[in-house]
Design a protein around this ligand. Sequence first.
Ligand SMILES: *Cc1c(COP(=O)(O)O)cnc(C)c1O
Length: 458
Amino acid sequence: MRTPAVAALASSHGSAPVSAAARAVLAHLREEISFGLLDAPALRITLDGLGHATERQLRQALTHSLRPVINATGVILHTNLGRAPLATAALAHIRETAGRFSNLEFDVEAGARGKRDAHVDRLFRSLLCEGRPDEVEVSTIVVNNNAAAVLLALNTLAEGGEVIVSRGELVEIGGSFRIPDVMAKSGATLREVGTTNRTRIADYEKAITERTRLLLRVHRSNFEITGFTEQPSTADLVSLARGRGLPLMEDLGSGALVDLQNFGISGEPSVLDSLRAGVDIVTYSGDKLLGGPQAGLISGRADLVARMRANSLFRALRVDKLTYAALEATLLAYVKRDYDAIPALQMMRLTKLEIGQRAESLAAQARSSRMKIEITDGESVIGGGAAPSSVLPTRLLALSCEDLSADELAARLRSCDPPIVARVADGRVLLDLRTVFSEQDEALKTALTKLSQGQFPE
Ligand SMILES: *Cc1c(COP(=O)(O)O)cnc(C)c1O
């Protein structure tokens, strides 16, 4: 602590974090000595460098661990990279409401306590009641994620009773979300019907008893069953449920709020489609195809949603003002039909031509004799367990270096600041600009130029 270099650090950063950093450096050094990793000359050099090492350790300890990366994988909703990036308007709304006090649960007009879900319920109402005969009132509540939405809905509607699900829909989403496990936690009993590939409406019908509380359909969001298959239509399930006085719930997962056909994606039912078909309760994620913050949305029959709101689990699963602010601004973009304001949707809409032009311009500036950059056709995917069979045509930058393997090259890209995450295939590193924000092209160009000149970032 008294060596001049470390003492200077302590006077500017405070002695507690600096001594903690020095302890970490010394502990690491002791470990190396005890493993016999340092001989006497190496040890001398290391001891001379203690000031520097402490400074490096301190810098690491005092910077964020969560930081931005450049997503050049072409996977739009990359669960490991934070799924949907938020709209600029969503960030602005967080900034304006979360750094100050807000009317989160306050009715300004009445001067009395309000409900936090009022802020987004009105927007969901206008988006989901469009063109619907007004016989059923639709309301929406927000919880932490779709896993929580499914748990809350099952617990409210079916605790102590049975829920009928097709064997072809007992899905696992990843990160340990499995329908049978969530069902068990909700206190409901899973009643499987049909087979993996074929389930008929009669299978559901035969399984209904006085213990049945709910019919559940789960969207096969991350896989497909093809070949000799059969599944009842939503209309058949709706009429069976109505006839027996049972609610029908659908876990949609991805939760598209608009028809994605116009975005080049087929086979993803929208929330509106399900509600229009007569599904009573729909659950979906906020940060998948909706393109907003992490959240779980439960939309449907107002009387059933009111029971979920009254469940004490709802209090445990509710979300913060940050989520409401981001969600409200994202939904407003839908209300205004300003789809390009939502980054995930904007990325889906980029054409192969636009992406190809950006790729050409980057390649022209970064190519060298050391690093080969080719431009090839490829495919971007939606990710986030949505539309597994939908791919978007794209143009890829394919990098190869004579003195580095593709894995080494990819590791160099990850060591840039911000880290660049790419795909590796067939011995080349593939960069897809579909998921790179155009204002990041400059950072990408700088990194590629450095790499091609052999100046590897540390
Ligand atoms: C993604 C998904 C979930 C889990 O949603 P999270 O928001 O990640 O909790 C549940 N069910 C289905 C069908 C999904 O696609």
